[in-house]
Design a protein around this ligand. Structure first.
Ligand SMILES: C[S@@+](CC[C@H](N)C(=O)[O-])C[C@H]1O[C@@H](n2cnc3c(N)ncnc32)[C@H](O)[C@@H]1O
Length: 227
């Protein structure tokens, strides 16, 4: 199936609300577990001077988990949607995450150099982010600018199914009891996503081929490594 990009930023209030209210806890927890496992494998112990950036953080579900898991590390979630960041910021006081903050940043502007983030990250995390980018190389270029040398990466995203029928089937399987707006968004995301082969080629094109990409299950691939 050919890729159909969807709008990059998620700004429509009903869409943002449905996304922020959805329960993605199962797949979100895999990002944290994957990062923990990788840090252990490479013998990296995060310390208070380290910075973790959650790129295209949306309502902050991953940022919150990261901040809770590594409470002594500074965590910043960045996203270009004010509406999404409002959702994230509204939960900040509830979660007492003193090490977590959010910044409104359009990520293509980092890639082009129009905007510079003041600090370089030790760890770059993203979830369901890459497929939003009309030009995926912009996403990778931004990450290269955001990370320090020897930055640890973990990125997880949807895999584009082979056909519309398969995308429909996956949507019904995974979101059968969800609101219609979320189902519609999820279907659009499946169509906008990349295949593992496409991501492998993107990493080569971006000069990031040391990062490993692999299929996790019928829905997701993961990219992990240090660069
Ligand atoms: C599907 S949500 C994922 C949110 C979160 N990472 C999660 O796992 O739930 C995608 C997010 O990427 C953001 N986004 C997409 N393109 C972006 C860009 N060019 N700059 C900044 N944020 C972007 C959207 O606004 C949205 O919040």
């Amino acid at each position: 199936m050919k890729r159909t990009p969807e709008p990059e930023l998620m700004q429509i209030p009903s869409q943002v609300k449905a996304y922020a209210d959805a329960d993605f806890s199962r797949s979100d927890s895999f990002v944290i577990a994957g990062l923990e496992k990788y840090l252990k494998k490479v013998g990296k112990i995060l310390n208070k001077n380290d910075l973790i950036l959650d790129v295209a953080c949306g309502p902050g579900n991953i940022s919150e988990r990261v901040a809770k898991n590594w409470p002594f590390v500074k965590v910043v979630g960045i996203d270009g949607s004010k509406e999404m960041l409002n959702e994230a910021e509204n939960k900040l006081s509830e979660n007492h995450s003193k090490n977590l903050s959010y910044e409104l940043i359009e990520i293509n502007s980092i890639a082009t150099g129009e905007i510079q983030f003041p600090f370089k990250a030790d760890v770059l995390v993203s979830n369901s982010a890459l497929h939003h980018f009309h030009d995926p190389l912009r996403f990778w270029d931004a990450l290269k600018k955001l990370g320090k040398t020897k930055c640890i990466h973990i990125h997880r995203d949807l895999i584009r199914p082979d056909s519309l029928e398969k995308a429909f089937e996956i949507k019904e399987k995974h979101l059968s009891n969800s609101p219609e707006i979320l189902k519609k968004d999820f279907y659009a995301s499946l169509k906008a996503s990349f295949t593992v082969d496409e991501v492998t080629q993107q990493l080569v094109d971006a000069g990031l081929s040391q990062l490993e990409v692999f299929q996790v299950d019928d829905l997701y691939f993961e990219i992990i490594g240090c660069i």
